[in-house]
Write a protein that binds this ligand. Structure first.
Ligand code: ZN
Length: 161
């Protein structure tokens, strides 16, 4: 955690409810743990802000995320997003998790949200306010891009076997 990173982001620009959801995930991260004998592990880094995220997960039936954990450090946006990711991805198949990633990515790049989409995004809704700050979009997407790489790598391994 770096105070200078926080100082670059003016939380007062965000809706208060959104701000509270983000800070709650940042201060009380969900699933910030190591996963024993993980099937997939990948590290993501955002050089623009110095954020890092390591995702680990264990699968059941070859494609459903049974256990997921993250570790990392960086700004509140990047770490809150990783915490939210673990909550949303747990229990989902890799395909389902990838669909949430695509939805979230399109929202961060300006797509308007439908009620249906909001249901799928859960607490991620709070991060949509960040899209007004282009530099912060990378922070919000770091964990998700890392998840995408995990899934693409793993799917590739299945296809090749
Ligand atoms: Zn950041």
């Amino acid at each position: 955690m770096s105070l200078s990173n926080e100082a670059q982001f003016d939380f007062s620009e965000l809706d208060e409810l959104y701000r509270e959801v983000i800070l709650d995930h940042y201060r009380n991260p969900r699933n910030k743990t190591l996963v024993d004998e993980a099937d997939i592990r990948r590290e993501g880094f955002n050089p623009f802000c110095g954020d890092s995220v390591v995702l680990q997960f264990k699968l059941i039936d070859g494609n459903r995320i049974k256990e997921i954990g993250y570790q990392g450090e960086g700004c509140s946006i990047s770490q809150a997003s990783a915490s939210m990711l673990t909550v949303l991805a747990k229990g989902k198949t890799l395909d389902e998790a990838y669909k949430v990633l695509e939805l979230f990515r399109s929202v961060m790049h300006g797509t308007d949200l439908t009620v249906e989409a909001l249901e799928q995004l859960g607490d991620l809704e709070a991060l949509q306010g960040v899209r007004k700050f282009p530099v912060r979009i990378k922070c919000a997407l770091l964990a998700w891009s890392t998840l995408g790489e995990c899934i693409e790598t793993f799917s590739g391994e299945i296809d090749n076997s």
